[in-house]
Design a protein around this ligand. Structure first.
Ligand SMILES: [Zn+2]
Length: 135
């Protein structure tokens, strides 16, 4: 008894999929508007054992350090990318994911303020990562 229009995209978060979207950006906009704090992780994500994550964590630290070294005067958002599986990413950041977007397959984490360094350090098992190159 589906009344869904197959040419349209439907929000996978809304229980009642009453409204379809013509395109991905419409759906993305809807998600941003209505589900900005939705962070239920997708069920297909499998947790990766910590022993397998240590290499990745080190790589992330390195990338972060490079980023901050090049932009140490910059204040604000720093964006970087790293190649890893979705499973690995979620395993590392699962408790810190503030938003998940099914439409964009993207996860949002945010670290800011005085505790940010410490918090990231705990996640990445290297609590002095931020002190190595900066005061
Ligand atoms: Zn929705």
């Amino acid at each position: 008894m589906s009344t869904q229009d197959s040419t349209k995209l439907y929000c996978s978060i809304c229980k009642r999929r009453a409204k379809g979207f013509k395109n991905r950006s419409g759906l993305q906009r809807h998600e941003t508007l209505k589900h900005v704090s939705y962070n239920t992780l997708p069920s297909y994500v499998r947790s990766v054992p910590n022993s397998e994550l240590s290499h990745l964590k080190k790589a992330i630290i390195k990338e972060l350090q490079n980023r901050l070294k090049n932009h140490h005067t910059a204040v604000g958002k720093q964006v970087f990318s790293i190649h890893c599986s979705e499973d690995a990413f979620v395993s590392i950041f699962k408790n810190h994911i503030t938003r998940y977007s099914p439409c964009g397959s993207s996860y949002f984490c945010s670290f800011k303020g005085e505790k940010a360094f410490e918090e990231v350090g705990k996640i990445l098992d290297d609590e002095i990562w931020g002190e190595r190159n900066y005061g």
